[in-house]
Design a protein around this ligand. Sequence first.
Ligand code: NAD
Length: 381
Amino acid sequence: MGDIRRLGVIINGATGRMGTTQHMAHLLAIAAEGGLPLANGDRLIPELMLVGRDAGRLAALAAQHGNPSWTTSLEEALAGPDQVFMDCAATGDRPRRVRQAIAAGKHIHIEKPTAPTVEEAMELARLAERAGVKHGVIQDKLFLPGYAKLLAASRSGFFGRILSVRIDAGSWIFDGSEQECQRPSWNYKKAQGGGLALDMMAHWRYMIDRLVAPVTGVCALMSTAIPERVDEAGQRYTVDAEDTNYALLKMRGGAVGMINNSWAARPRRDDTMVVQIDGTGGSAVAGRFRCYTQSAAETPEAFIKAARPGGVDLMADWKEVPEQPGKPPFRQCWELFLRHVAEDAPYLPTLVEGAKAVQLADLAYRSVAEQRWMTVPELKL
Ligand SMILES: NC(=O)c1ccc[n+]([C@@H]2O[C@H](COP(=O)([O-])OP(=O)(O)OC[C@H]3O[C@@H](n4cnc5c(N)ncnc54)[C@H](O)[C@@H]3O)[C@@H](O)[C@H]2O)c1
């Protein structure tokens, strides 16, 4: 029998959606199962310190989850012995909080986007590296069953030479006047870290880099479809961040990417987030849960048939990739990071990877401002 080891994790933003439903939930589940088994037979039990701004909500949240410690003072939490800092509070001002945590010697595991600009994101990566702490960003999407299958298809060489990747993502986000808005109002305020491109390029970058090839160029077009919204308190406010982002991408090796991402569109497809890869050897289309493939040998004639009355059933000649058992995505992110801290296991999405994601958003904004293609330079520590 190995030893029981305890690891204190500060969850800043515990009362938020991600804080409660993902980070707390999965760490508590690991603890409830008796800890994460490590290679040497020890078990690692995460112990939570919840941080937020509202004492009443924190106390209620703690009471519902076995009474972990909590505080409304980030300074107090950082002065304590807990070793890991997770920031899943609203995006705005994240770099300041991360700098504080690095200065306090904590290992850093944070939500995306890590910073509003690539310069700040790289500064955080360098600070963490220099301080000798472990660091990582949440990159959960490739652990979703549909995209995990897509990644497996890509790694197996199924696509042959990849020609293009197309991302269709988004759904209608109500403006809050008639029907409750499904996203926090800070998402629509630049100063608080809002903006669809900053939010979602953070995912598209690592997904495309790993599913296809590293992104080398971007040309974007953005807009604000709904200029006025109603916030959580029922107050009208002016939106100053984009809610729609179109982007063309170039990838190393010559593949082309297309991103069509909007919070003001009504999808008629399998999922609100669909990724299609076309290659000489075959194509695949994946949502969060399902993935369908069509190989070159199974590709039907559609051009001539589609022009006849009755058309053609374009959905018919696709094969669904069978289910693979897997743990929930955020659980996988945490297990990998906990192993990284506890036994120095590798962790791919460091703050440098986090900065690459911010870089794509940053360059997309500059592309819009300057109305031109932007080259994506390599980032180095
Ligand atoms: N990995 C993913 O797939 C994913 C999905 C959604 C959100 N996120 C990220 O997680 C973070 C939180 O998003 P959410 O949807 O849970 O938001 P949320 O608004 O539900 O939660 C944010 C929390 O931060 C608190 N907060 C707001 N302003 C703050 C401030 N100035 N200082 C400190 N705390 C503040 C709020 O009270 C709330 O508890 C964001 O950075 C977002 O980009 C990631």
